[in-house]
Design a protein around this ligand. Sequence first.
Ligand SMILES: [Zn+2]
Length: 232
Amino acid sequence: MKWFSSLIGFLWRTFWRLVWFAFFLLLCAVALLFYFQKEAAPQILQTMFFQAQQVINGQQALDMGASLETLEQLSTDTVDMSAEGRWPTNAATVYIETQDPTFRSAYETAIANWNATGAFTFTLVDDASQADIIATEMNDGQTQAAGEASSSTNTLTNYLVAVTVKLNRFYLLNPAYGYSMERIIHTAEHELGHAIGLGHEDHHTSVMESAGSHNGIQQTDIDAVRALYATQ
Ligand SMILES: [Zn+2]
């Protein structure tokens, strides 16, 4: 039985070596995270702890693989739009409220791309109080969304009265999430699509797909805007 007890001893030592090795790897990972991400690191850790906590509490039945997948396949946004809202005509004014040059440029390009379709016309204004739509930013790692759109509607007319769209710098401007300028513009086009009155479109290739922001404005989207504003 001597061989048996030495086998147990060997397994026990191996087990603890692995535990310490895993701990060491975790420390290295955290150190690397802080080295490469600097000021974003505490927030990334916070998000990871928050997600781990949710898994432990059973609020989200995801394994680690699914959790990482979620981070790669971030939803485009969270939407708080009243159903069926639209503007009285196919035109609205926009005030861009961000000092960030990347976001400003993404919004400007998105506006130019929507205007080029001829289906809807955005006009930029210099005064927030004169704007139908406020295009701004947020910095939120607790949400799993790259953007946000919220609106208020006149319940008598069903017309939109105010919309605020946001781009989330926590994901879009963090190289760790790999957003190209093209995908940031698609996200801005998507949020402005909500501001026009469009909902999500996951059955056809569309700028309004609910995750990934891989598509720009498609013919499907132009047709959807024309249908929404067919009566003026
Ligand atoms: Zn959306």
